[in-house]
Design a protein around this ligand. Sequence first.
Ligand SMILES: *Cc1c(COP(=O)(O)O)cnc(C)c1O
Length: 717
Amino acid sequence: MRSPVPPLPESGDRRPEAWFLGPKAENAEAFEDFVLAALRDHAEFRRRYHTDDPIHVTDAIRAHADFQAELAHVRAHLQWLLDFLKRSVPFFSLRHQGHMTWETTMPALVGYFAGMLHNPNNTAFEGSPATSVLERWVGDDLCEMLGYSFATDTRDAPHVNPWGHLTSGGSVANLEALWVLRDVKFQAAAVRAALLAHDELAPARAVTVTVSASGVRPLLDLDPWSLLNLPLDVVLALPGRIEREFGISAEQVTARAETHSVRQIGFAAACTRYLGASHAPLFITSGAAQHSLDKAMSILGLGADALHHLETDVHGRLSLDRLRETLERCIEQKRPVFGVVLNMGSTELSAIDPIVATHALREKMRARGLDFGIHADAAWGGYFASMLRDDYSMRRDGQREVEGSSAPTRDPQAPLIVPLSAHASREIGALHLADTVTADPHKSGYIPYAAGALCYRNEALRFFTCFTGRYAFHGDVVRNIGIFGVEGSKPGATAAAVYLSHAVIRPSRSGYGTIIGETMFSCKKFYARLLCLAELDDVFRIVPVPPLPVSLPGATEAERIEYVRRHVLGHDNSQMLRDPEACRLLTTLGPDLNILSYAVNFRRDDGTWNTNPDAANRLNLALYERLSLDLAGERPAPPLILSSTDLETEKYGAPFVNEYCARLLGTGARADRITVLRSVVMDPWVTETDQGSFLDVVMGELRRAILAELKATAGAR
Ligand SMILES: *Cc1c(COP(=O)(O)O)cnc(C)c1O
């Protein structure tokens, strides 16, 4: 019934230029063809559906003047809408170096359009027999991109299979992750309560579990603390083990356990019944966490106090020392931990938390009786895993169809890609260590909204989000992807968008890895240019938040900047990539991923450098206002679009903010809050246009804005 899947291009380099409409709509003709093909095909589909059924909109009706007037009415309103929509942010522009979005891929837009014409609802298979299947495929594809692997053989047991699905966004994916980590925490206690309460489960009262700290023990003998600290896989395997060992169906065990579960009795009752002498459990994250976690804590009834924000290190990454201390304290105080949420590409700095070390720390803590889930918020960072993946073909219905295996070659015109830094590639390459991962197609997947995703390391965990009855555990559970998660109705068109973009581009090195690798190159160039921008004038300097990595013993800051200039800015792009020193330097330069924050400081009227944080904050806020869209649509288009944020001691802790403050304002300067400009560099080809590097224009405009602002406030400093 299904047509064969087209293969990848046979040879040559992949060309990301064919995947986007282009900053000046260069590919408009191709795009028109694709959209028209989708529309025509859909029209044909309608005509061929019960061919002999009557039509309603006859030629006579369409010829009528009233009908023609209605069409004119639609056209007029459409034109009004088209005009109004021009108030939107020109994300496609080379001058947009601001927010976490850029233009979306043509395959994604066409896929969305084609899907939308059918208006499928992925909440249930019966409303979306095509797009629910697509969602399942892209769910699998995302899991593989993140490094989760599927059993290749059913005899691979006890291999734990992953599972992934689409959500409306990262906030909802994070909410879902915290929700399941909350509910699974009490599940062993719920199963134990069910065994005791229901006589038909009596034979299973002998069931044992392996406790990390003390070996094999009868479940019924465990104290509350041990029940709250069983590894997730052990808890999730319980019903299946009871079925195998005692002949009571897993379904029955699960149904009985449900009457004792958090979802049934509520969080307050679960605490009363199952905590024993322990305190209420916590989530732990860093100050760099996105605010969707705060929403999730509130919605889940846990409250903001149960989310501990730990200090970051000077790179804005979760401090491992603080994490270790906090976990030690949790053991001492008998405070269970639902989970540690790692920010795998923070919203303000794209800083990546240490997942490898956190995972190792959990192993140590397990041996001492403390267990917890690990959630990776890789809403931003998830697709960077494509840079690390060899090309692979998409699993369709759990099977891999070969799509052409030729690994594309690189030619001298090949896209300009820099590899991730050692830290970033180690940590992004270890996303599969997390129990759950948020990875949003509508962030660095270049897919239109609303496309978030949550992937699970252990597929069984998803049942905590299912409320459609027990049949779901069997039967149609594979196809019926929409019964899981927070949402009800959700657009199948999104699944079609993600599908087509993944099918064409592939979330691996030669596909998304190329786009994202090019943005990393652009971002590092951006970083080097910012460092070197000030010197022309010597009345201001720009200090990027990521510190300069260059270790030239004894060199001054100026000498180190000079070193960056010589190796990174001294040559054109292709020369630079032939300079091994430049390549080495590039991988270590700039932020972990491609979000770059920076601030400007200035010389006072007496020629000395400003040391006052308030004055610097005022300048940077004023610059942001000059370099952002006027939302009322009254001012003319700004020369550049940047975004801005405040780095606060209250969130990040003093070490991070003080270190940056000292670099920006001089040794010893202190502030509670530093306003920075922020550029999310998502544009893969800003450094190579037909007129050379557009960063010349970006830096020229930035410099002009800074000088104009300094001039406007001269005499007042
Ligand atoms: C954007 C983002 C979110 C929230 O995702 P939405 O899709 O906006 O709901 C969560 N975490 C991080 C790190 C993000 O960058």
